[in-house]
Design a protein around this ligand. Structure first.
Ligand code: SF4
Length: 485
């Protein structure tokens, strides 16, 4: 059990993939003996402790290095293991206490698996030697903060931000002028847009999928296709996007980090561009824990959603692969991210969202919102961070079909909370009376539309696609003629 971290247990340490020299093995063992109990270190060999408020993020069951994932429970525990605190919530809280919140904005790289399981002390000592032992100690003890930071970064930033990544805490404006998609064009023009979500089929037949797309196409700007949501395999998001294009509807491709590797992501992106898919939503994805048995490996993501954004933005704007190779024709991309404004403390959530914008997110589609007033704190925080003009925000809205659905969302879906009055209204309406659910959605939209910084809604019909037309028309949103027609 680690001493200073809130972890319930100490997760097993990683081991190197090759035999190391005796001296390095001894150093690694000593490092684990010290850093393990103190910080919950798992010997990832790519140490970030200085940037994560001295709590090892590798204790996160998903191994997210730019967390949290949006699945924190109302009691700030991890939705995968509710008996322990979300490690990223603990990191944010500790950073707040230490006055190091802004450190959390730096986009941290994925693991370099060459180093996994090996010691980092030797590397640190090597960099200190390069700076000069005396200079390092003198600057470190200096009262001059700027001097201290420069020397500290010469050692630790060099280690945590290798040349193939070069992550930072700055905003990088998109490096192109012409909108990549119709969705981007309409948002740029100031239109209050509507997107929706169509659930991919469970089999190889696309008749139902085509019917659902046809049903919503007149009312929306673009359709999202989920990437095996709830970790249950369905038709791939790419295949559904292709079907939407065949039906003249602009798609949003969702990519879950859960099933993605850095290699697969880069090759898929080039491929989908060839198909005409330009809107990409990068998400962490539900853990295998909530999926069917047998449970797949959920110990670690190869690349998290923030890293996906950073990597894809650099592919698009700098024309480079992660390994530094140049590409002749970079992909055209309009990059999006998911966010859960009401999942945990909105102030902390805003830091994470700021980081996503810096990494490359151009639009947010939020998790389901049932309490428009609670959005205000989050929006204020984004405003304070000066990012409202750098991101388009589409609020997630769902028409509740029954009290059962409302209860399920409230108790089972990570990051979704329904206020008591909504639950009571649905209960009172009784089963089989979906009108109340539509009314709740319409009231939410009316309230959301007035807020500064909101650019549209993302309707998640939860299998009730026919409700999209009603929501769009009754809320007075502009009837939309799909840009691809
Ligand atoms: S809630 Fe998400 S970020 Fe937090 S520890 Fe669990 S998996 Fe990691």
């Amino acid at each position: 059990m680690s001493l200073f971290t809130p972890s319930r247990r100490w997760q097993p340490a990683f081991y190197p993939f090759r035999k190391e020299k005796f001296a390095r093995r001894l150093l690694a063992k000593t490092e684990l003996l010290v850093k393990g109990p103190l910080f919950g270190c798992r010997m990832c060999g790519n140490c970030l402790l200085q940037e994560t408020a001295f709590i090892c993020p590798m204790e996160c069951p998903k191994g997210i290095r730019n967390g949290p994932c949006g699945g924190t429970t109302p009691s700030k525990n991890c939705y995968i293991d509710e008996t322990r605190k979300c490690i990223w919530y603990a990191i944010y809280k500790n950073a707040e206490k230490l006055g190091r919140e802004e450190k959390l904005l730096e986009v941290l790289p994925p693991l370099d698996w060459e180093k996994v399981g090996t010691e980092t002390w030797g590397e640190v000592a090597g960099h200190i030697r390069k700076v000069g032992n005396r200079k390092f100690i003198k600057d470190f003890l200096s009262k001059d903060k700027a001097k201290k930071t420069i020397t500290w970064d010469l050692v630790f930033k060099t280690i945590r931000q290798p040349d193939w990544w070069k992550g930072d805490s700055d905003y990088h404006a998109p490096g192109y002028n012409e909108p990549a998609s119709d969705l981007e064009k309409r948002l740029q023009a100031g239109e209050f847009v509507v997107t929706t979500e169509v659930t991919p089929p469970l089999n190889a037949n696309t008749d139902r999928l085509a019917k659902d797309i046809e049903q919503v196409k007149r009312w929306i700007t673009a359709v999202n296709f989920t990437d095996s949501s709830s970790a249950r395999p369905r038709m791939s998001s790419v295949a559904c996007c292709k079907k939407a294009l065949d039906l003249n509807v602009e798609p949003v491709l969702q990519i879950a980090a859960r099933d993605t590797t850095r290699t697969g992501l880069q090759s898929d992106i080039i491929g989908v561009n060839e198909l005409g898919i330009y809107n990409i939503l990068c998400i962490s994805g539900d853990s295998a824990k909530v999926g069917p048995s047998p449970m797949s490996n959920m110990n670690i993501l190869d690349i998290d959603s923030v890293q996906m954004l950073w990597l894809l933005r650099r592919m698009r704007d700098e024309g480079i692969y992660l390994d530094g190779r140049k590409m002749k024709n970079p992909p055209k991309l309009f990059l999006g991210a998911a966010t859960s404004p009401l999942a945990s403390d909105p102030t902390l959530q805003a830091i994470r969202d700021h980081k996503k914008v810096n990494a490359g997110a151009q639009f947010f589609q939020t998790n389901l919102v049932f309490d428009a007033d609670r959005l205000d704190v989050w929006l204020e925080q984004l405003d304070k961070r000066n990012i409202l003009d750098k991101i388009y925000i589409l609020i997630g809205i769902a028409p509740l079909k029954s009290f059962k659905v409302a209860e399920y969302l409230h108790t089972k879906v990570p990051g979704v909370n329904l206020p008591d009055n909504v639950l009571r209204r649905m209960e009172k309406a009784g089963e089989g009376t979906p009108e109340e659910g539509i009314q709740i959605a319409l009231e939410l939209i009316a309230s959301i539309k007035k807020k500064k910084g909101i650019n549209g809604i993302h309707v998640m019909p939860l299998g009730w696609e026919s409700a999209v037309e009603r929501i769009v028309t009754d809320s007075g949103l502009k009837r939309y003629s799909n840009g691809l027609q």
